[in-house]
Design a protein around this ligand. Structure first.
Ligand code: PEP
Ligand code: MG
Length: 908
């Protein structure tokens, strides 16, 4: 037998079922399932996604057997519905609709009322007894078919010629709505529509129903590759190779009078998850009227019961049965024809993060699913938990700002959340304002940020930069701090001297109000009010858990995730954010970036940088020791015995002192000369010596410690003295010292020796021994390739996938913003490699590193601390690759906990 390309459904039976989404698309599979389960579904058939793939690969030719199978299936619809396609007595009309494996709402095409022509319209009048209805349907068909299948184009004024004709007809008739047009007016419109087709396409509008049907089927398959659909697939990671199915189905009519209606409904609320049937409907209308916004639809939950009590009860009951069958919230399409309910579609509904958590939680409470099923990523995409943590703009207020023309520009949405406040352009100004008024709301706007700006970032509500990508300094620090952040908003012109930010014709001064939406990357002039999420209020102790249902549900989901996951989850944190990380469920610190602790001690670190002899450096470094020790003690105490990985100094020194600093801060050279006991000229000379052409590949990471061992010694001493102090204060402590940017085993050995010597000296002096380990970051390819020998000395590995991605791809993490958007658009890369691990490249190196490391040290503890540690897809990869833990920004911890559980459940 020829391959089956066409699957029929209707009359309580079907060839397919819900398990066949890959072949029948979501809509086709669910129509088949509903038919099989006895729900009232108009008869129809589905042409498979394989046909679409064949059709688009073979110059729009169908595979063998499709024509015959379509004709046979059509015969079956005729039989079930008791009507005949093309008949001039009892005509069957058809709809033709797309339906891919994943729903792509509104992206592809639909044609309704297929089969109408001059003869069948007359029959439809006789059959329905409603001349106006028949001509209205014909008018709709010619318009839709003309647009979708024949491709009628807009005129020179960019007007749709069909809409122009309709507008004029309404105007001439003196009416507001299409449904007020008379039969004669509709007839006139139809003939004018046909004239447009003839004029533009040089051919008559097709009268032959079979020609119409094949035209519509082809147009639906073609629409898989229209621009909208391609862009949507790219955004949501839907493979271009899947293809869409085409569903051909008997028409039922919601526009046959006041006992008819059409609508779309949800079995629960998709925005917040509240139970109860809700949605939109219109009396005496066809489906597209509800979505097209021509008439304002009525609310199902408000008036349908009153308007159509029978239909309401039946729909409510169908909704409950469908939910029980699919065990999830359903999004349904229905038509009521002369009081009879018909189901046109059901699918698992799209939902916000808030609704996802509530629905999964409630379905477990209702005994419909178990906790394992509740965590399914299709029910709660891990990333969507974000929405529960971030302050939010009120939707209505944001819309008001949009309407008022306050949208200035958009950038990369690097740190989710909403922030509004006064523009502030420097860290000093931000700090000064915050000191004056701790409640002030500030948005720090910079061309880019550096560690020195941390003070400003800390007090700001949000961060906006003109340059940089998703793993630029500003982005990762903002996420770590849980601040709303937009980077790479390239249209921003920032003038530090005049203290202004301009876009197009608008200029904001320092102190003017600005609002940024870190969920979408939108930048607004003016203030849009925000409020903190309930979950955050409970975690911060400002609200009681029992007062927040949202928190209780969130917490339940998290406890289920913890039951299932195998990966540990740690935080990238070093100061106040460490306590927040623990509240979010961090099981340790995976990365304490010690350079972040230096920002309050810039004078001392700059003195260290200016030192030209080991003695002078030692003196400067000695001044830093007590600060470091205090910071580490606090960190150890907060973590209360959980492991704390402290990384030694990593960034190029010029991030603390460069020409830019000397230019931006007049008098700094003089101040530093005095502090370091040198001349102003010496300061400038030393700064220019430090200048590097390619600092990311320059004197940074362990290379600093190798050349300046006194810095490593100071940091190690501070770590161990802090550990001793913590222990002596009665707290458990477990330090893990991490060497950055190692490529050679010898680099690791060199630095580990300094660390171990310092430990020995501190312990001997204190008469206390504290267990600790020394490990390394694996963040350049050579380290992954030589992991076996590096593991001879290193007691743990942590993948620094920010640098590992940068060095493996040879793409600068700070400069990729200029071409990455285009790379994404052209499908050169499947995702931003600095957000989601490039598995075939960087992932391969990680696997080599894991295998190498564990070939030497069987139980080697391995984690990840690059930004990818909080990305759900990357977390799944880390689980499969056999890592022990992931470490991420505090606010991504809930996401990582859930993603880790999802990975473990998926792996079985
Ligand atoms: C990394 O490179 O992945 C890392 C965590 O270190 P940093 O981002 O501080 O270079
Ligand atoms: Mg790094």
């Amino acid at each position: 037998m020829a391959q089956q390309h066409v699957y029929t459904f209707g009359g309580q039976s079907a060839d397919g079922d819900r398990t066949m989404k890959n072949t029948l698309g979501g809509k086709g599979a669910n129509l088949a399932e509903m038919a099989k389960q006895g729900f009232p579904v108009p008869a129809g058939f589905t042409i498979t996604t394989d046909v679409c793939v064949h059709y688009s690969k073979n110059d729009r030719q169908y595979p063998e057997g499709v024509k015959e199978q379509v004709e046979a299936a059509l015969g079956k619809i005729e039989e079930t519905m008791g009507a005949k396609f093309g008949s001039d007595e009892n005509p069957l009309l058809l709809s033709c609709r797309s339906g891919a494996r994943e729903s792509m709402p509104g992206m592809m095409d639909t044609v309704l009322n297929i089969g109408l022509n001059e003869k069948t319209v007359a029959a439809l009048i006789k059959q329905s007894g409603d001349e106006r209805f028949a001509w209205d349907s014909y008018r709709r068909f010619v318009q839709m078919y003309g647009d979708v299948v024949l491709g009628v184009e807009r005129d020179e004024q960019n007007e749709d010629p069909f809409e122009t004709i309709l507008d004029k007809a309404r105007e001439d008739a003196g009416v507001e709505y299409d449904y007020e047009l008379t039969v004669d007016q509709l007839k006139d419109i139809v003939s004018k529509f046909k004239a447009v087709v003839k004029e533009q396409k040089g051919r008559d509008f097709p009268e032959d129903p079979m020609e119409q049907l094949w035209g519509a089927i082809g147009a639906v398959f073609d629409s898989w590759d229209n621009d909208r659909a391609v862009v949507y697939r790219r955004q949501y990671g839907i493979p271009h190779e899947w293809g869409t199915a085409t569903n051909v189905q008997a028409m039922v009519f919601g526009n046959l009078g006041d006992d008819c209606a059409t609508g779309v409904g949800l079995t629960r609320n998709g925005a917040d998850g509240t139970p109860g049937f809700n949605g939109d409907y219109l009396i005496n209308a066809q489906g597209e009227d509800v979505v097209a916004g021509i008439r304002t639809p009525k609310r199902i939950e408000e008036t349908l019961e009153k308007d159509m009590p029978e239909a309401y009860r039946e729909l409510n009951d169908i909704g409950k049965r469908l939910e029980a069958h699919y065990k999830d919230i359903q999004d349904i399409e229905f038509t009521v024809q002369k009081g009879k309910v018909w189901m046109l579609q059901t699918r698992n509904a799209k939902r916000t993060g808030f609704a996802a958590v509530r629905i999964a939680h409630d379905l477990v409470e209702e005994g419909v699913i178990d906790s394992k099923e509740a965590l399914n990523p299709r029910r709660i995409p891990a990333d969507d938990l974000n929405q529960l943590l971030q302050p939010i703009f009120n939707t209505a207020d944001k819309k008001k700002a949009q309407d008022a023309g306050q949208l200035l520009t958009t950038g990369i949405n690097a740190g989710p959340g909403a922030a509004s406040g006064k523009v502030v352009l420097t860290a000093e100004a931000a700090e000064a304002q915050a000191n004056k008024d701790p409640d002030v709301s500030l948005v720090l706007v910079r061309k880019e940020t550096s560690p020195e700006d941390l003070r400003g970032m800390r007090v700001a509500k949000g961060i906006l930069t003109a340059q940089g990508g998703a793993s630029s300094h500003a982005a990762l620090v903002s996420r770590q701090m849980g601040k709303a952040c937009i980077v790479g908003a390239q249209e921003l012109q920032i003038n530090y001297a005049q203290k202004t930010v301009s876009v197009g014709g608008t200029t904001l001064k320092e102190g003017d109000d600005i609002s940024i939406d870190g969920f979408t990357g939108e930048v607004f002039a003016g203030l849009i009010p925000t409020s903190p999420s309930e979950v955050m209020q409970v975690l911060d102790g400002e609200m009681k858990a029992e007062d927040s249902e949202t928190y209780q549900r969130y917490s339940k989901i998290m406890s289920w995730a913890d039951e299932h996951r195998k990966l540990n989850v740690r935080a990238n944190a070093e100061s106040d954010d460490a306590a927040e990380a623990v509240a979010f469920g961090a099981e340790g610190i995976g990365l304490c970036r010690t350079e972040h602790m230096f920002f309050g001690h810039l004078d001392e670190i700059r003195e260290m940088i200016l030192a030209e002899t080991a003695e002078a450096r030692q003196k400067a470094v000695d001044q830093l020791l007590p600060f470091q020790k205090e910071d580490f003690t606090k960190l150890f105490t907060t973590l209360a015995g959980k492991p704390v990985t402290i990384r030694l100094l990593d960034p190029p020194l010029h991030e603390f002192l460069s020409d830019r600093h000397l230019e931006e801060e007049p008098g700094l050279d003089e101040k530093l000369a005095k502090i370091a006991g040198v001349t102003k000229e010496d300061v400038h000379r030393r700064v220019s010596e430090l200048h590097e052409l390619n600092p990311m590949l320059g004197h940074r990471g362990c290379r600093l410690g190798v050349v300046y061992p006194e810095v490593t010694r100071m940091q190690a001493t501070a770590i161990f003295e802090a550990a001793v102090a913590t222990k002596q204060a009665g707290h458990e402590v477990f330090p893990e010292v991490m060497i950055p940017l190692v490529g050679f085993k010898t680099e690791f050995e060199n630095q580990a020796a300094v660390v171990r010597e310092a430990a020995k000296a501190v312990f001997e002096k204190a008469g206390v021994e504290i267990p600790y380990t020394v490990g390394t970051m694996i963040e350049i390819p050579r380290a992954a390739l030589r992991a076996d020998e590096i593991a001879e000395g290193a007691e743990f590995f942590s993948f620094g996938t920010n640098d590992l991605t940068q060095t493996t791809l040879g793409i600068s993490r700070d400069d990729y913003g200029s071409f990455m958007p285009q790379y994404r658009e052209m499908d050169i890369v499947p995702a931003d490699p600095f957000q989601t691990i490039d598995q075939p490249g960087v992932g391969r190196l990680m696997k080599i590193g894991i295998e190498g490391g564990r070939s030497t040290r069987k139980d080697l503890k391995i984690g990840i601390c690059g930004e990818h540690g909080g990305d759900p897809k990357s977390v799944m990869f880390c689980h499969d690759a056999g890592l022990n833990y992931v470490s991420c920004s505090p606010r991504r911890i809930p996401i990582a906990r859930l993603a880790a559980a999802q990975a473990a459940i998926a792996a079985g």
